[in-house]
Design a protein around this ligand. Sequence first.
Ligand code: FES
Length: 107
Amino acid sequence: MKIVLVDGDGREQALDAIEGWRVMEIIRDHGFPIIAECGGACACGTCQVEVDPRWTAKLHDPREDELDMLDQNYAGEWSRLSCQLIFTPDLNGLRLRIAPVALATAA
Ligand code: FES
């Protein structure tokens, strides 16, 4: 099973995904520069991703605390916190990009 990560230049990369893992963990464990400062506690907003609109209907609705954190972090229409998205087989092929606010930049 895979998720598809799109970079700023539109290049796609398929990442192996494990059921039960947070999408944030999948991205991070493949070495991509997502900040995810709080480690998945829904307390930082720096794991924000922009989900391909064709996939949003497959995702559960965000909880109140996720919505609050998105509100504080320049979220766009298709934004979600990747630490709040648990990978399941029906998300095989999920397509997304790391939001600019969540990209770690080289020091
Ligand atoms: S890792 Fe901090 S809100 Fe997701």
